[in-house]
Design a protein around this ligand. Structure first.
Ligand code: UT7
Length: 330
């Protein structure tokens, strides 16, 4: 392959979710909620929770190891690591640097990227650009989040929604016409306050007051995010299909961000995609932020669902506000 006539695609995937399961019934004992409410309003039945003494890099390492193994590359071939997360182990060093050390990826540049739940799509687009430009060859994208660590377990509006997990993919050169065929990423900072963790940064450094006022937890205006999500998933999906002259009938699988079953159903209906083409794991894991899409992707690949030449559409949205979609010829 010369330096212009090639595609950029995913050559390996991996994922990890913690063993500990928290069911809707368990949540009934913690806050004023019910299995019936959570299931009918969100589609979530249970979620995974990371042990208290473990951190995001623990899950990131496990998912990354599987992705590298399935890519067939050696560890020294990985020349860049991008970790997408809103729950890094700490502000710095980056979680990507921590994972680099844990996995011994000595030849890799490493940095974190924050685009909330859209992180995986943003990560893919950055990785794509580095490979297309010829600067780097084999890039490990890891999306890992332990939202349980920033969840207010007394707030029923949010605590029923989230779960922990990590997904990873190795991006590399593939045959021309394969891999990521089109990408759309976008943002609307004007909607930033709809979904935020207010304290812990330079605006409101951690203090007794920020802790007392519960400002280190996720705050969300669910209804507004819901409406934004449906619209942007449809718009962004259409955009990536249009860019390559495809329509919804050309899509073999849609892998949406897994935030709420009703969001996915509304978007799928507007897109007119058959429900059996939509890959779901929301019922088992809840919303795992940027990990939701790569975990669902890895499961679909390992189950043998996604096959060579399939057209796979990934679409996500999240805090920022951010959104993104990519159409991949597998
Ligand atoms: O990753 C991206 C970020 N997140 C999202 O995409 C989330 C998007 N939003 C959503 O998924 C939905 O808006 C929620 C699931 C968060 C909420 O569903 P909703 O249908 O929009 O409910 P609501 O906020 O309008 O609340 C309806 C009622 C309220 O009671 P009143 O005021 O009508 O008496 C809430 O207090 O449901 C109540 N409620 C609950 N009841 C039982 C809210 N949470 C719960 C709960 N259990 N866990």
């Amino acid at each position: 392959m010369d330096n212009t006539n090639f595609g950029v695609g995913i050559i390996g995937t991996g994922s990890y979710v913690p063993d500990k399961i928290l069911t809707n019934k368990d949540l009934e004992k913690i806050v004023d909620t019910s299995d019936e409410w959570i299931t009918s309003r969100t589609g979530i039945k249970e979620r995974r929770i990371l042990d208290k003494d473990k951190s995001t890099s623990y899950m990131a390492e496990k998912a990354a190891k599987k992705a590298i193994e399935s890519s067939g590359l050696n560890r020294e071939d990985i020349d860049m690591i991008i970790v997408t997360t809103v729950t890094p182990d700490m502000a710095f060093p980056s979680t990507a640097c921590i994972v680099q050390e844990k996995l011994g990826l000595k030849n890799a540049a490493a940095f974190d990227l924050e685009a909330a739940c859209t992180g995986f799509i943003y990560g893919l687009s950055v990785g794509y650009s580095f490979i297309k430009s010829g600067l780097y060859e084999n890039i490990l994208i890891i999306s890992a989040d332990s939202l349980s660590k920033i969840t207010d377990w007394e707030d029923r509006n949010t605590c029923v929604l989230f779960g922990d997990g990590a997904g990873a993919a190795v991006l590399s050169k593939v045959k021309d016409g394969r891999g990521l065929l089109s990408i759309d990423i976008g943002a609307d900072g004007g909607g930033g306050e709809l979904l935020t963790q207010p304290a812990g940064g330079s605006l409101k450094p951690a203090s007794i007051d920020t802790v007392k006022n519960k400002l280190h937890y996720i705050k969300m205006e669910g209804n507004s995010v819901f409406k934004f999500a449906v619209k942007i998933m449809v718009d962004s999906s259409r955009k990536v299909m249009r860019k390559v002259g495809m329509n919804i009938d050309d899509i073999n699988y849609l892998i949406p961000h897994q935030a709420n079953m009703r969001i996915i159903e509304s978007a799928s209906k507007r897109l007119k995609i058959d429900s059996d083409k939509v890959c779901l794991n929301l019922d088992k894991y809840g919303n795992m932020s940027s990990s939701s899409i790569p975990v669902a992707l890895d499961e679909a690949v390992r189950d043998g669902k996604i096959k060579e030449n399939d057209n796979v559409l990934l679409v996500g949205f999240g805090g920022g506000l951010t959104w993104g979609a990519t159409l991949i010829k597998w």
